[in-house]
Design a binder for this molecule. Structure first.
Ligand code: 4GX
Length: 248
C-alpha cells in the first residue's frame, strides 16, 4: 500500500515513519511513503503557501493552488485504482478502528496535513474525499494525525506484523478492550498472577481472557458495548464478571 502525505514539514513525517513497525514495513516493500511539500508548488518568488483570511481575523489560511498541485503530483506519481484523499482536522469524522480496517483495501491513501488556522474550504470540498479527526482536541498541525493513520493502517497489512504480534489480538479489533497481561515473576507487590494463566488449560485461558475483555469494556468503556451484539456465551461471561466484581 502506498501513503502520500502533503505537508509543509516533510522531514517530520519521513523521520518519524522510518522507525519501528512502519519503518520495517517500508524496508520490506509492503508500504511506500512519499511526502509532497506545497511550498515546492508555490508559483511566486517568495514561495508563498498561505495568505490572510477573507473577512479578517487572526491567523493564516493555506492557499488552494499549492495544495492542489501537490495532491495532483501525488496522484500522478502512481497509476493505481483505489485512491482516497483525506483531510485531517478537528472537524472530521472521529477515527475508529473500523474506518482504518476499511483502508487496507486501498492502493493509495493521500493524507493532507494542514498548518495555520486551516486550508481554503474550496480545497477540502473539491479535492478531498473525506475529513477525519483524531479526536476532540487540537494539535498544531496534521502531521502527527497523518502519522497515526499510517501507523494504524500499516500494522493491519498482510506480512507487516509477525504471527506472534498479530493485530487480531489488539484492543478494538473485535470492538472490545484487550484483556490484562502478566509476565514473570509470579508475585509482584503481593499480587499473584491469575491461577488459570498458569494452568495450561487453553480453553479455560481463552474463556478467562474473553471474560476480562468484556468486563474491562463494561467498566472502562461501556459506550462500546452499546454498539456490539454479544453472543449468549459472551453475555454469560459478562454476568459472571459482574458477580465476581460484587464479591471483591
Ligand atoms: N485530528 N489539527 C489540522 C489545521 C486546521 C486548522 C483549522 C482545520 C481547521 C487534528 C485532529 C488537529 C489541528 C490538524 C489543526 N484544520 N487533526 N490543523 N484533532 O487538531 O486530526
Amino acid at each position: 500500500m502506498r501513503f502520500d502525505v502533503v505537508t509543509l514539514f516533510p522531514e517530520m513525517v519521513q523521520d518519524c515513519a522510518v522507525n519501528g513497525v512502519t519503518g520495517r514495513a517500508i524496508k520490506q516493500g509492503l508500504v511506500d511513503l512519499s511526502v509532497w511539500n506545497p511550498r515546492d508548488y508555490s508559483v511566486d518568488r517568495h514561495k508563498t503557501v498561505d495568505d490572510r483570511p477573507y473577512g479578517g481575523g487572526p491567523g493564516m489560511v493555506m492557499k488552494y493552488q499549492p495544495l492542489k498541485d501537490a495532491v495532483d503530483q501525488a496522484r500522478q506519481s502512481v497509476d493505481v485504482k483505489q485512491v482516497k484523499v483525506v483531510y485531517l482536522s478537528p472537524q472530521g469524522k472521529p477515527i475508529k478502528q473500523q474506518l482504518l480496517n476499511e483502508c487496507t483495501d486501498l492502493d493509495q491513501l493521500i493524507l493532507i496535513a494542514g498548518r495555520y488556522e486551516g486550508v481554503d474550504e474550496r480545497f477540502i470540498e473539491d479535492e478531498c474525499h473525506e475529513e477525519w479527526s483524531l479526536g476532540d482536541f487540537v494539535i498544531s498541525g496534521g502531521e502527527l494525525a497523518a502519522l497515526v493513520v499510517i501507523d494504524a493502517v500499516s500494522r493491519l497489512l498482510p506480512g507487516v506484523l509477525g504471527d506472534e504480534e498479530s493485530a487480531k489480538q489488539d484492543s478494538h479489533m473485535n470492538g472490545l478492550l484487550d484483556c490484562p497481561h502478566y509476565t514473570r515473576p509470579e508475585v509482584v507487590n503481593n499480587k499473584v498472577v491469575p491461577d488459570v494463566l498458569l494452568s495450561g488449560n487453553h480453553k479455560g485461558i481463552a474463556l478467562w481472557r474473553m471474560k476480562q475483555s468484556l468486563g474491562r469494556t463494561y467498566q472502562k468503556r461501556p459506550d462500546l458495548l452499546l454498539d456490539k451484539e454479544l453472543t449468549a456465551q459472551q453475555q454469560a461471561l459478562l454476568e459472571e464478571f459482574k458477580i465476581e466484581l460484587k464479591c471483591k
